[in-house]
Design a protein around this ligand. Structure first.
Ligand code: SF4
Ligand code: SF4
Length: 287
């Protein structure tokens, strides 16, 4: 008679989590591929690239928020992201850097903030999101380009570029009116559908924590060296805004990620400019 195979319940759970995480990575890769496709389609409609080579201005002025899933996907590809050591160095340097513009530090974790504190924390998050991204290299390229998050891929493609973006203006466009992939285009619908399915899958796998959004460098630091991150967390020397976490990723076609983070923390972001969907993708005003 064949002996019954012993099953270690803990290993079983671990295996399930690994499989689930790999499936979530696949889903995330699909969303990334769709956004890359959207960019290619937009360039084809405009007849011009959506970016100036070697510009990097948005990365100089923005540090992205991202979900834990995106950060996890990013750090799980060290070879194409300049080694774990390089990523770690950049992430912790950002985390440990002092910034006199940030006003809140050392709040006890897990407390419910009052309105004034929420507003101050939101203002600090706004400062952070408007600071240089630590993954921008000196030659104005992205150290984690292949695995950069949704916010970076959607920038300049969905209705969220800043007015100072140096994107070349193509036919039918002005600085105020630029072509974007709209919510109602087939690509827009695909991106939204794939993104919604992804966050639902994380919940379905019991891994809803992967949907939580924070600042990308802080999430990467936590994943790359949790002990060092934990010491910093409890030291009370890291600005609270760097450690802010706790909302879902927003609809990429409605607002930039940073504004939803700011809004959730009580900060009122400046209104977006108006964009217009043009060319083959139909005409319609979107904000
Ligand atoms: S998206 Fe705009 S600001 Fe960013 S690198 Fe491209 S042209 Fe420059
Ligand atoms: S992760 Fe890369 S693409 Fe995104 S803001 Fe940073 S340097 Fe730019």
């Amino acid at each position: 008679m064949q002996s019954a195979r012993k099953i270690d319940p803990h290993n079983g759970v671990q295996h399930d989590k690994t499989v689930s995480l790999l499936r979530l990575y696949q889903g995330l890769k699909r969303v990334y591929d769709l956004l890359d496709k959207a960019r290619a389609e937009l360039e084809s409609v405009r007849g011009a690239p959506v970016c100036v080579e070697g510009c990097g201005l948005c990365c100089e002025r923005r540090t992205p928020a991202a979900s834990l899933l995106e950060a996890s996907y990013l750090v799980s590809h060290p070879a194409s992201n300049g080694s774990p050591g390089a990523m770690q160095h950049r992430a912790f340097a950002w985390l440990e850097a002092e910034d006199s513009r940030l006003t809140m530090c050392g709040l006890p974790r897990g407390i419910r903030l009052g309105g004034e504190d929420r507003a101050r924390l939101g203002a600090d998050v706004a400062v952070l999101t408007r600071s240089r991204c630590p993954f921008l290299l000196s030659e104005k390229t992205c150290a984690v380009y292949q695995h950069r998050p949704l916010a970076c891929r959607a920038y300049s493609v969905t209705p969220a570029p800043d007015h100072w973006c140096r994107r070349p203006i193509a036919a039918m466009e002005t600085n105020e009116i630029r072509a974007v992939i709209g919510r109602d285009t087939s690509l827009g619908i695909s991106v939204q559908g794939a993104t919604t399915a992804l966050w639902r899958a994380a919940e379905g796998f019991g891994m809803a924590q992967y949907n939580k959004v924070g600042m990308l460098p802080a999430l990467a630091a936590e994943l790359l060296d949790s002990a060092r991150y934990g010491r910093l967390l409890h030291s009370g020397v890291v600005a609270d805004a760097k450690l802010a976490l706790g909302i879902r990723l927003p609809d990429l076609f409605a607002l930039p990620v940073r504004e939803v983070v700011e809004r959730s923390l009580g900060y009122r972001a400046t209104p977006l400019g108006v964009n217009r969907v043009i060319g083959d993708m139909g005409v319609g005003e979107v904000r």
